[in-house]
Design a protein around this ligand. Sequence first.
Ligand SMILES: [Cu+2]
Length: 148
Amino acid sequence: MVSGRRGVLAIVSLVFIGCGSSYTGGTKPPGGGSGSGGGGGTDGGVTQTVTIKGFADSPVNLSAPSPSTITWQNQDSVVHTATSQATAGSYQPGAATGGFRFDTGSIAPGASATIAVPAGLASGTVQPYFCSIHKGAMMTPNPTITIR
Ligand SMILES: [Cu+2]
């Protein structure tokens, strides 16, 4: 009987874990992880986080491998996006020459969104982006991703 109860508890906790994993509310230490050393060779295994707080993306210029993954974490009380633009200040969705197009869509307060940096991008390529809601009203209106 005890074992039966344990079984139920195990199932319940598994369900909770399952739900929890889809919500990326975990507290990752922002930025600092340049020392992600070791695990080389995994395809796109690098994930970096940009924090949006006080209408500012931080770091404002992110250096990212190709391929890799970037997550934006919205710590403001308003909705933001991270949307690629062809030219800094155009505030029109697009991609820079040799860059890549992306759009997180609306990121609710407290939520996060992830995009993939595709493989095969040339080192040194600069891809600017913007918040499609606040545009020039952001403290960092034209943050960038630079392929390293
Ligand atoms: Cu915004």
